[in-house]
Design a binder for this molecule. Structure first.
Ligand code: SF4
Length: 347
């Protein structure tokens, strides 16, 4: 079940998601299995930044969202255990979220619990680092975290505050914490800046040199440059987006100028395809859904199909009422992420 525990000034509801909730089916939280040995795990949607290029419109001034979620750690743990039963191989758990996972109040407890699961080979998290500190790095290390994927788009403090939409972003503390992480703990660092064409072209060179200088890539590749893409419900519609061929030309030029590698095979990442948790429902199928409350995006609702799966639900005409049941047609089930449209109310 979900329970309302707070509200943003803009009206967004914050829900607590309890431990009886299914782990699969919803993009905003829980576990996502895309058919490899890497499981995406999403225990929160909250973010303290407001990046001008955010692909999921997260953070302080979101315009598309009307709900946020904080999830009981066991929802993640149960999903990982279930996936392991299916996969027949060990997995990496990547805490990637549509917010920033460092805001998650039970992060250390969750990493400890994941560490105890036989078959979890590595645990990594993605962050922009707003909440990083040396003390937190020590806690993450003691809990058993293996890698941090740091998204950082500039080494200029003023530019960082602008790009990240929060005047409190303290770049110096983030860099110090990360350098401490690399030098003083076994945690590895993978640096993943987004290239914002015309905005941070030169900054990328500095970031690459910094990452290599401090020792990123102890065990995994040190750097990957991400492509900026415009998303229907993301921010950055006024920013420049380049084609994939232009993107790869830019990466190859950086590689040859700096003498570094910036893209990697799945093999080099230790990634491979693996059996997936099959979605219990198919596209076109009619299912009975209990609506629990708001979905993460405006007009979307969060529902559950028995104890089997979460689902994002839309309606053509009416508001949906939490606690009521609806007959829903599934229109999307890619990677087990279910989206449905209400056909009629049942109760
Ligand atoms: S890009 Fe990441 S850190 Fe920035 S607002 Fe989006 S979720 Fe938050």
């Amino acid at each position: 079940m979900i329970r309302e525990i707070g509200k943003y000034r803009d009206g967004r509801i914050v829900y607590y998601v309890d431990d009886k909730t299914p782990s699969f089916g919803y993009i905003a939280f829980g576990v996502i299995d895309r058919g490899t040995n890497v499981l995406q795990a999403r225990p929160t949607t909250i973010c303290p930044q407001n990046c001008i290029f955010c692909s999921v419109d997260s953070g302080l001034k979101s315009t598309h969202r009307w709900a946020e979620y904080i999830v009981h750690p066991d929802v993640i743990v149960n999903g990982v255990v279930k996936a392991l039963e299916v996969k027949g191989c060990s997995v990496e758990v990547l805490l990637d979220t549509i917010g920033d996972v460092l805001t998650y109040p039970w992060l250390i407890e969750l990493i400890r619990k994941l560490r105890e699961i036989p078959g979890v080979k590595s645990i990594a998290l993605e962050t922009h680092g707003f909440l990083l500190s040396k003390q937190l790095v020590d806690k993450l290390s003691n809990a058993g975290l293996d890698r941090v994927n740091l998204s950082i788009e500039t080494l200029n403090p003023d530019k960082a505050r602008f790009l990240y939409g929060n005047p409190a972003y303290d770049l110096r503390r983030v860099l110090e914490s990360i350098e401490y992480l690399v030098k003083e703990t076994p945690i590895d660092l993978h640096v993943t800046p987004v290239w914002l064409p015309g905005i941070n072209d030169e900054d990328l060179v500095e970031i690459i040199n910094w990452a290599l200088k401090i020792g990123a890539g102890k065990k995994w590749p040190p750097l990957t440059i991400q492509k900026f893409n415009k998303h229907k419900y993301g921010r950055g519609w006024n920013l420049k987006e380049v084609s994939w061929s232009e993107f790869w030309r830019f990466i190859e030029k950086l590689e040859s100028t700096l003498g570094v590698r910036l893209h990697w095979t799945m093999d080099e990442w230790g990634m491979h395809y693996a059996r997936r948790v099959e979605p219990p429902f198919h596209r076109g199928e009619l299912v009975e859904v209990e609506v629990w409350g708001r979905g993460w995006l405006r007009r979307e609702y969060l529902g559950v199909i028995g104890d089997k799966s979460l689902i994002g639900v839309y309606t053509r005409r009416h508001h949906l009422i939490p606690g009521r049941r609806y007959l829903v047609r599934i229109i999307e089930n890619e990677d087990g992420l279910l989206i449905g449209i209400v056909e009629k109310a049942i109760s």
